[in-house]
Design a protein around this ligand. Structure first.
Ligand SMILES: NC(=O)c1ccc[n+]([C@@H]2O[C@H](COP(=O)([O-])OP(=O)(O)OC[C@H]3O[C@@H](n4cnc5c(N)ncnc54)[C@H](O)[C@@H]3O)[C@@H](O)[C@H]2O)c1
Length: 250
């Protein structure tokens, strides 16, 4: 299936990488349901996409919290009501918090795990029965290279992203023979609001260490997602692709 034939859900589409993924998929001709916890940013992205020439019957929005079971059920129900099918889910919503490990409170830990791990779990939990019934589908989970290598002062974030990679590989093994392709992307530093929340010292040091010498753009991650969603990636299962400026080489 090419990107143009997909009916997709993209979570965390109100900003950064998720907005770029929704834009790329919609420009390729897919029908896209965009989710975000922030209703106003979601509406702005929708307006921007329509202003750029994307037909308004190809995009829809449903705000909600990816870690909330009821919100996620509503998201999937509305997608089926609106578009009648679902072939692609991109579990992308995320948060970042930079803290020394000894400063991380239990609430910080629980929220980080809830948004990333419970959020991806719920996205897969509601997607997989629909995809099994239709005989196939694609799920792409947004991890991070920090889930592959760990990160000081971001322990809860890196732990959550490592869990997403484990979830992806395990589901890929369980459902590969049922026609589902489940993969992850593990971006390196990408120019979005999330990274602008990290200290300038960290960002400057990071850029100088990168083999490419610069951060990626949200559209670079969107291109990786578009590839994984396409038939060109038909033998990619349980993989973690790294649009990361060469920062991590596995
Ligand atoms: N920017 C990077 O360098 C980078 C690197 C690796 C991985 N990532 C991952 O990419 C994804 C997107 O990050 P981004 O850089 O575009 O950040 P961003 O902050 O620009 O976008 C994240 C979006 O997720 C939404 N969101 C947060 N919590 C939510 C929730 N509970 N339910 C629904 N939506 C929620 C936010 O409102 C926001 O619109 C995240 O999973 C992030 O961890 C980013």
């Amino acid at each position: 299936m090419s990107s143009s034939q997909h009916i997709a859900i993209v979570t965390g589409a109100g900003s950064g990488i998720g907005a770029a993924i929704a834009e790329r998929l919609a420009k390729d001709g897919a029908r896209v349901m965009m989710n975000d916890i922030n209703a106003s940013s979601l509406a702005s992205v929708k307006d921007k996409l329509i202003a750029s020439g994307i037909s308004d019957d190809h995009i829809a929005i449903q705000h909600g919290d990816v870690s909330d079971e009821t919100d996620m059920k509503t998201l999937f129900d509305h997608t089926m009501d609106q578009f009648g099918d679902l072939s692609l889910v991109v579990n992308n919503a995320g948060i970042l918090q930079q803290k020394a490990f000894v400063e991380i409170k239990c609430d910080d830990w629980d929220k980080m795990i809830a948004v990333h791990v419970r959020g991806c779990f719920l996205g897969c939990h509601f997607a997989i029965p629909i995809m099994l019934k239709r005989g196939g589908g694609v799920i792409i989970n947004t991890a991070s290279q920090l889930g592959q290598i760990g990160a000081a002062d971001l322990v809860h974030y890196a732990t959550a992203k490592a869990a997403i990679i484990g979830l992806t590989k395990s589901l890929a093994r369980e459902f590969g023979q049922s026609g589902l392709r489940i993969n992850a992307v593990a971006p390196g530093p990408i120019n979005t609001d999330l990274v602008l929340g990290l200290s300038k010292d960290w960002r400057d040091a990071k850029a100088s260490q990168l083999p490419l010498g610069h951060f990626g753009e949200p559209s670079d991650v969107a291109a990786t997602v578009a590839f994984l969603a396409s038939e060109d990636a038909r033998i990619y299962v349980g993989q973690t692709l790294g649009p990361n400026s060469g920062d991590v080489m596995l």
